[in-house]
Design a binder for this molecule. Structure first.
Ligand code: CP
Ligand code: NVA
Length: 330
């Protein structure tokens, strides 16, 4: 790579524990400053006159709105390029698209199917590429999730986010959101217990990536895997899940709904499993009633709408470090 190669954000695995901590902290700081009316005069023109390309091959509410909002907050323009808008994939290769888009923009934010698509874009791009969700990872979501967790568990520690020893229980499908969450948890010293039905476990190659993440810190979080939801929930501070049918898996819907029976998060499950008295519920959204009952989703323990709002502050933090500061996370 040339010394001028841009730094990309394709997964939480690309970040050191300290960098992840800084991105989460900066997101929280910008949230407080902007919401309290302090604003950020020094950054509000940082992308003035610049465009950011957003190539999305799948639907999006939160990622699109938060990223476009973040680009606007820096005075830049976002260019939303849905799958029917550009030549990519139909008339033009990823390679050609990457060279062309990066010659005219300050960054590319890409939502793709196979992770190799965003990795290829990044390989050939002369500007930073940010993964806005692939079939393997969803880093922008996970920065917002750790911001949300620090808001539930505020810490005065200056060295870390102070989450060491917490336990997250993930009950449901082992998917893109879980993979980056587990990588982040390992790096931040948070234990994560994952309950999936048999046949839906974390793939072996991904387990290795999570293990590798654990080796980046002296105090890694543990990964626990089970097919018994109650076991995962035992002693957990946070219960979290995601849809059982991710975008692109629609044809498997009937089979998945059947295979995931018994994995819905309910208060009853939390009680039976022995979650901590103070447990909270998280979900990246969009949500279907299959994976979590209404009573939990709309109940007082649920922080899902705060988590969704935190996508904006996290997008601001990511753009600040990767686009404005050219990959320097400080
Ligand atoms: N959580 C999330 O990424 O939502 P969208 O698919 O709506 O962007
Ligand atoms: N796992 C889901 C997340 C959506 C934000 C999907 O990939 O469709």
């Amino acid at each position: 790579t040339s010394p001028f190669a841009p730094r990309h954000l394709l997964s939480i695995a690309d970040l050191t524990p300290q960098e992840l901590t800084t991105l989460v902290r900066n997101a929280g700081k910008h949230k407080t400053d902007i919401k309290s009316g302090h604003g950020w005069p020094h950054l509000s023109t940082a992308l003035a006159g610049k465009t950011v390309a957003m190539t999305f091959s799948k639907r999006s509410t939160r990622t699109r709105v938060s990223t476009e909002g973040a680009i606007a907050a820096f005075g830049g323009s976002s260019m939303f390029l849905g799958k029917d808008d550009i030549q990519l994939g139909v008339n033009e290769s990823l390679y050609d698209t990457s060279l062309v888009l990066s010659s005219m923009t300050a960054a590319i934010v890409a939502r793709v199917g196979p992770h190799s698509d965003v990795a290829d874009l990044a390989k050939h791009s002369s500007v930073p590429v940010i993964n806005a969700l692939s079939d393997l990872y969803h880093p922008m979501q996970i920065i917002a999730d750790f911001l949300t967790i620090t808001e539930i568990n505020p810490s005065t520690s200056t060295a870390s986010l102070g989450l060491e020893g917490m336990k997250i229980a993930w009950v449901g499908d082992a998917n893109n959101v879980l993979f980056d969450l587990a990588i982040g948890a390992a790096k931040l010293g948070v234990d994560i217990a994952v309950a999936t039905p048999k046949g839906y476990e974390i793939p072996a190659a991904m387990r290795d990536v999570i293990k590798q993440a654990a080796s980046t810190t002296d105090r890694p979080g543990k990964l626990i895997e089970t097919s018994v939801p109650e076991e995962a929930v035992q002693g957990a501070d946070i219960l979290v899940t995601d849809t059982w049918v991710s975008m692109g898996q629609e044809e498997e819907t009937a089979k998945r709904l059947k295979d995931f029976e018994g994995f819905q998060i309910t208060s009853e499950l939390a009680k039976r499993g022995g979650a901590k008295e103070s447990w909270s519920f998280m979900h990246c959204l969009p949500r279907h009633p299959d994976e979590v009952s209404d009573e939990v989703f709309y109940g007082p323990r649920s922080v899902v709408f705060r988590e969704a709002e935190n996508r904006l502050w996290s997008a601001i933090s990511v753009l600040e470090s990767f686009v404005v500061n050219k990959g320097k996370i400080q």
